[in-house]
Design a protein around this ligand. Structure first.
Ligand SMILES: [Fe+2]
Ligand SMILES: [Fe+2]
Length: 313
């Protein structure tokens, strides 16, 4: 049982900006929140590979194909780091994967939108990885040590992801009128879902306060969303494209851009499984998992054989 003294001690420890490590005592609610959050993050990394994998065979040049492949491979690596970080909290990977497949666990809703043309790969790298960076830079200072360290490594690769997306957008925005129109179309479709990536508004976010107190979260959803908007507007202007928001304007008093109302109905619809690609994404993950069973079995058999040999020697 947890008593108040333990909880107070834990809070005092976290307040000193000390990292909580796997073997340290922690409140059950802290542990469970982190398991849910890190698992959701890990699932997002691997499900996020799917909309991009859609374009590997159709990338317009060998160079673009190689860059996209490297980027997708990074995301697989991020998933692995994060599953490992999650396992340090006492949950095993099989359970996590089962929860993804049976729908108990969530992943970022943005990956339930389709990638329809090549400019979508640009928009995804620029906006989706861009939004992920804003969130992950903040999480580098999260109080749980293994998660914080995973974020530091992951952020180094994310800036390359964002950059490769922006370069695709630059080339298309400065290309033929048809290419520029494709870039604008991709931006129109990805802008609002990117803003939704930061999650519900602070006033509607259930766990926010406790998570801020425990320093799991370092900035609120609305603060991070504002940061992303402020960062992205000048990048859009440089491309000569327009953000699909008539209410977007600079607010000199606040020193930030004001922007329009997010369609939260759409957000909750997609979270509840009614997005364009929810079923397709989970089916693809399940298929990859089933088809990879023999690899996992072989790896385990090989490890057992090595262990036995060592034991005999
Ligand atoms: Fe990633
Ligand atoms: Fe990424």
């Amino acid at each position: 049982m947890e008593n108040q003294e333990q909880l107070d001690q834990f809070q005092a420890y976290v307040d000193q900006e000390m990292k909580v490590e796997a073997k340290d005592w922690m409140p059950e609610k802290y542990r469970n929140t982190l398991i849910r959050q890190i698992a959701q993050h890990a699932h997002s990394e691997v499900v996020g590979m799917l909309p991009e994998a859609n374009w590997v065979t159709r990338a317009p040049s060998l160079k673009r194909k190689a860059i996209l492949l490297a980027k997708i491979q990074d995301e697989g690596g991020h998933g692995l780091y994060l599953y490992s970080a999650c396992e340090t909290l006492g949950v095993d990977r099989d359970t996590l994967i089962d929860e993804l497949h049976d729908g108990t666990a969530k992943y970022s809703s943005i990956f339930n939108y389709p990638t329809l043309n090549w400019a979508d790969i640009g928009a995804v790298g620029w906006l989706v990885d861009g939004a992920a960076i804003v969130n992950q830079v903040s999480l580098q200072r999260t109080s749980y040590g293994p998660y914080s360290r995973a974020m530091i490594r992951i952020c180094k690769e994310e800036s390359f992801h964002q950059r490769q997306g922006y370069v695709i957008m630059m080339e298309m925005a400065k290309g033929t009128p048809a290419q520029k129109a494709m870039a604008q179309d991709a931006l129109n479709r990805w802008w609002w879902p990117s803003l939704m990536m930061f999650g519900p508004s602070d006033k509607d976010s259930l766990h926010s306060q406790q998570n801020m107190a425990w320093k799991i979260k370092r900035h609120s959803n609305d603060e991070l969303r504002q940061k992303f908007v402020d960062m992205t507007v000048p990048q859009t202007e440089y491309l000569g494209l327009t953000l699909p928001d008539p209410d977007l304007k600079w607010n000199a008093e606040r020193g930030h851009y004001d922007f329009g109302e997010i369609n939260w109905d759409e957000f909750w619809q997609v979270v509840r499984g009614n997005g364009k690609c929810n079923k397709e994404r989970i089916a693809a993950r399940q298929k990859a998992h089933d088809e990879g069973a023999w690899v996992r079995e072989a790896a385990l058999a090989y490890a057992a054989k090595k262990r036995n040999k060592k034991g005999a020697a």
